[in-house]
Design a protein around this ligand. Structure first.
Ligand code: CP
Ligand code: NVA
Length: 301
């Protein structure tokens, strides 16, 4: 059974297989070439948090592949009233061909996979956002031609995005630099793994991290579930913004990336956002193509 729970579970070869398939599916969609690789299959999409991109791209994606998507809000499922995930997993495995889940704890996603017997795809947890990073890798490769040897810089909160970018970037041959304030570093185990590869740095200096970068990435300072800390976080992250000074430190022609939604004037200036809107919205579009590839590789029978 192939799941997509976090990027560290997939080998470099599996990641590139998905990226190549994503490029092929993107080409076929643009040229009206049908690719109903999951004909008749049903994907359940469990959401315990809000979503625009993930929800719509999975639903459109499974439709393109000849299947059906079922939107399942955890507010309406019995899981929201305390039905154990191990029972939910066994019940849903009898009806569905795969599940995409967006929730808080990574353990809930891992438990769904452990107790169910259908493929599980992680649509974001507090720990990681692997679907987003597959789209990001596809986008960097489109714009820069190759991933090997490129430098990816992440500025801001050492959150789910940072964790997945570190793993995905390093596994595909990039060097990854992170700039974040003390107390907001990425996951310790991920940083230890990354440091051991020799292709990773984490610093408090935004300009040091951005120096020579080919892609500069940021995300919100307060993630879903941290709304109550937003004011405190706005203070903690002053200076951790993609602005003209950061772009002057990066390589000429460096891309700017954001998983969205963005807060202009906080993690990125409105001017830099608009100047790089083509890259940022290509990245958003690629959620669709990358996730179709992930669904095919996990669910094709
Ligand atoms: N980037 C992303 O996952 O967006 P949504 O929260 O809108 O799904
Ligand atoms: N770090 C953000 C990503 C949203 C796509 C969050 O978890 O809210």
């Amino acid at each position: 059974m192939k799941h997509f729970l976090k990027l560290s579970d997939w080998s470099t070869e599996e990641i590139f297989e998905a990226l190549d398939l994503a490029d092929k599916l993107k080409y076929e969609r643009k040229h009206g070439i049908p690719h109903k690789l999951l004909e008749g299959q049903t994907l359940g999409m469990i959401f315990s948090k809000s979503s625009t991109r993930t929800r719509v791209s999975f639903e459109v994606g499974i439709h393109d592949l000849g299947g059906t998507g079922l939107f399942l809000s955890s507010r309406d499922l019995q899981i929201g009233r305390g039905e154990p995930v191990e029972d939910t997993a066994r019940v849903l495995s009898r009806y569905l061909d795969g599940i995409m889940i967006r929730t808080f704890a990574q353990k809930e996603v891992e438990d769904l996979a452990a107790y169910g017997n259908i493929p599980i795809i992680n649509g974001l947890t507090d720990y990681c956002h692997p679907c987003q990073v597959m789209a990001d890798l596809q986008t960097i490769r489109e714009h820069k031609g190759d991933l090997a040897g490129k430098k990816l810089c992440f500025i801001g909160d050492g959150n789910n995005m940072a964790n997945s970018l570190i793993v995905g970037g390093i596994k595909t041959g990039m060097t990854v630099s992170v700039a974040c304030p003390k107390g907001h570093q990425p996951d310790t185990a991920i940083m230890e793994w990354a440091a051991a590869t020799g292709n990773f740095t984490c610093t408090e200096s935004v300009l040091e991290a951005a120096a020579g970068a080919d892609a500069v990435y940021t995300d919100v300072w307060a993630s879903m579930g941290q709304e109550g800390e937003a004011a405190e976080r706005r203070n903690a992250f002053v200076g951790y913004q993609i602005n003209d000074a950061v772009m002057a430190a990066a390589n000429p022609g460096a891309m700017v990336m954001h998983c969205l939604p963005a807060h202009r004037g906080e993690e990125i200036t409105a001017e830099i956002f608009e100047a790089h809107a083509d890259e940022i919205f290509d990245e958003a579009e690629n959620r669709l193509h990358a996730q179709k590839a992930i669904m095919v590789l996990c669910m094709q029978k």
